[in-house]
Design a protein around this ligand. Structure first.
Ligand code: AMP
Ligand code: GLY
Length: 423
């Protein structure tokens, strides 16, 4: 079968690498891909947010199945567009992708169905939000309602910061129209974990857990980024927690979406926090996480294509999904200046990497026969080990063999939560 993968990041490279192992997959196309993906797939240069243009391209191609990975095309209805033209596609339809695209929707869904999450209020006027933050408990969290590249969340430690945050979002429109509605949320504390799951709307199967590092600098300092590294599994997430999450969060969420007439099929990502009052939802995403996917999919033993087809055909219950034991760590190599202004087009040199190292390309391109940078997050160096410590040593030993002008990376991926009680 010929498969089209939509997207161009490290996550998509990990998906393409997993699909390449499937005996079911003959040819892979990637829209738009990157230099790493180009080694495994034929690149297609069509704007994947133009859903009609993607549909037109698929119509005239020999593609049998499309995997839609990024949030924007899902929220714009790319899966609906492809299905309406008679094509098979993996990912939620537009009316289900809203679980990520609107934080107001997801908060109201959790409240209505009793799914544990932070207390909140929603405001669509500056005056309302400004008055609320004068009296609410501090710290407080402000969230722009719409998609904002993972950057639309402000943790305000003082009342002044909260006042300024409401102004930035609602008056200065720092996050554009994403901030015309704002969720003001109770600040929660505890270790965080990403649990991605496959669901066909009937069955929900969690993948192995992982922990992201969103801040640019060591010790979770600096600006928020798309993710500077991940490790899997989370040490504090054992069978007891998994059972609690399945019963109180995963099954209720899938049922709630069905009740609302928005059945969710695809990858449903649960961003969770282990608080003193139990597991709570911080956010939902309607897709694979980046860079979570880079540490999760290398541990998958089951054929990913088989899972994608089972989800789309609503027979996920028939597939046994298996994972390798051990751990995986991904260290992201970023361009100097990221997540703010950075330069592109820097030549990348990659030394001889150790056997078993998985390199996930994100912002890379080929130019005049050379590998160059083309984005903020450039490469993810991923290594497996018997535990996180072994995997982390291997990942760092190999990160040192790669260089480009301005390159930087966090030195503490995999250290977080070492002291949290294991379960
Ligand atoms: P989000 O984009 O919703 O994942 O939020 C980004 C980050 O902000 C999360 O990974 C958390 O670290 C933090 N965050 C979000 N909501 C809360 C909350 N209610 N309490 C504490 N931290 C939060
Ligand atoms: N790593 C967080 C995300 O993919 O949203």
């Amino acid at each position: 079968m010929n498969v089209l993968v939509i997207g161009n990041g490290g996550r998509e490279h990990a998906v393409v690498q997993a699909l390449k192992k499937s005996p079911k997959v003959k040819k892979i196309y990637a829209m738009k891909g990157n230099a790493g993906i180009a080694e495994l797939a034929e690149l297609v240069n069509v704007d994947y947010c133009d859903v009609k243009a993607v549909g037109d391209w698929v119509d005239q191609s020999d593609v049998d199945f499309t995997v839609v990975t990024p949030d924007d095309p899902l929220a714009l209805g790319l899966v609906d567009e492809l299905e309406s033209r008679g094509h098979k596609a993996f990912g939620p339809r537009k009316n289900a992708a809203i679980i990520e695209a609107s934080k107001a929707f997801s908060k109201n869904l959790m409240k209505k169905y009793g799914i544990p999450t932070a207390e909140y209020e929603i405001f669509d006027s500056y005056e309302g939000a400004a008055a609320y933050v004068e009296t609410c408990k501090i710290p407080v969290v402000l969230k722009a309602d719409g998609l904002a590249l993972g950057k639309g969340v402000l943790i305000c430690k003082t009342r002044d910061e909260a006042r300024e945050g409401v102004k930035e979002m609602m008056l200065d429109k720092k996050f554009g129209s994403a901030g015309s509605k704002v969720v003001v949320e109770e600040f929660l504390e505890g270790p965080e974990v990403s649990v991605l799951s496959f669901t066909d709307g009937k069955t929900v199967v969690p993948m192995i857990t992982s922990c992201d590092h969103k801040r640019a600098k060591d010790n979770d300092e600096g600006l928020n980024t798309g993710g500077m590294g991940t490790f899997s599994p989370a040490p504090f997430y054992g069978e007891k927690t998994a059972k609690e999450v399945m019963e109180k969060i995963m099954i209720p969420t899938v049922r709630a979406m069905n009740e609302e007439g928005r059945p969710f099929k695809g990858v449903l990502y649960f961003g969770l926090m282990k608080t003193k009052d139990g597991m709570k939802v911080i956010e939902y995403n309607s897709r694979f996480g980046d860079p979570e996917t880079q540490v999760v999919l290398p541990m998958l033993k089951t054929d990913l294509m088989e899972i994608f087809e089972a989800v789309t055909d609503e027979r996920l219950a028939d597939v046994k999904i298996e994972w390798e034991d051990g751990a995986c760590v991904c260290v992201v190599l970023a361009s100097g200046g990221y997540p703010e202004k950075y330069e592109k087009g820097k030549e990348i040199t990659v030394g001889r990497l150790d056997e078993g190292i998985i390199l996930c390309h994100a912002g890379t391109a080929n130019k005049d026969g050379k590998l160059v940078t083309s984005g903020g997050r450039v490469l993810g160096v991923c290594a497996k080990g018997k535990d996180v410590e072994e995997a982390r040593k291997k990942a760092y030993a190999n990160a040192e063999k790669i260089s480009f002008e301005g390159m930087y990376y966090r030195k503490d991926i995999g250290i977080k939560y070492r002291d949290v009680v294991k379960e």
